[in-house]
Design a protein around this ligand. Sequence first.
Ligand code: SAH
Length: 401
Amino acid sequence: MNATVHLKPGAADRVVAGHPWIYQGEILRMTQTPADGEIVQVKDHRQRFLGIGFFNSKSKIHVRVLSPERVDINEAFFEERIRAALALRRKRLPASSSFRVVNAEADFLSGLIVDKYEDVLVLQISALGMEKRKALVAGVLEKIFSPRAIVERSDVASRKFEGLAPAVGLLSGAFEGPLWVTLNGLKFETDLAAGHKTGLYLDQQTNYQAVAQCVSLLPDARVLDCFSFLGGFGLHAARAGAARVHFLDQSAEAIEAARRNSAANGLAGKCSFEAANVFDWLKANTAVQPHEKVIPRFDLIILDPPSFTRNRASVPDALRGYKEIHLRALKLLKTGGILASFCCSHHVPSGLFQDTLLSAAFDTRRILRRLAVYSQSPDHPVIPMIPETEYLKGFAFEVVR
Ligand code: SAH
């Protein structure tokens, strides 16, 4: 008989609405003390059944709800959830061979991420209950995908809040070295063992195409791709007809990978690469003598920085960082040019991000026309009842004057 966790009055609504996290402070009492990683039943203070989920006393999130019904958490359960997640991707990204198959809470599998990079799967687990069922999940993935290999990248910082050590390695199959991943017909050399996220930024897959469309509005475009990593935005722009693309990233390794990617796609001739801190580079390239003006020289600038915030408290500092790069980028953009800018911090909502951008426009006395609003690719679904599922936002603005 599973333990029952009773919630305090008022704590049930969020669960009923579909949010899977139950914090320690929301628990009224438990019928027995469950072992960490075990399945518990969740009820409100009036005995109304709310669902079942994983229990972990070591985590502030004491219960991660898996289902509003009394189902067994077995192979059939995981198979059904993962197949439903896959069907969504096949529908929304029919031409993609690489995408996120399961995105944790957004696919009703809290603590589990599965990425498909061509014929290799990468598994990332961030919750104890899921960790205990890793072999079960891996077996289901074998059955559905017959992958060449399953690589584990459970090296996220949040594992320590669940009492879990990092786990990295090969779970099944054979796999070595870099993998060439195709996104929108362009090839990217990807390091699944040590690359960012689980290899690359799948969440920008649809935005690469959308931003590249801006290039058709800009004849002979000179493009600056800031925080370029493997070159996703810049290479799509180069293929779309840009005249020149300059890539900037502080990681020399990323710059070299982007250079190899440009060659692999036959685009090296119009690309140049520089390992530099974007803040320093923009500052040096907008420095002028008093009474001199910066000469704008780019038609399209892409800003896709890492998240500058880890928590709510660091938001003001992050906004200063975002404002600074926008201010300097706007000085380098020609009239009629386009700024494509992204923010991947969950703690900075879209409106606040746009306000920061507009305040940089005000300071540089430029008027912007909004061309597009971007979000994360559809393999990173947004469930508004679970605000944490929404994090990536972006805009394209045309400089009117
Ligand atoms: N646009 C990329 C993702 C960017 S991730 C893509 O679509 O794949 C953020 C990148 O910014 C990382 O490659 C990191 O090395 C780089 N970075 C972080 N801080 C930086 C800084 N201050 N200056 C330059 N690059 C930076």
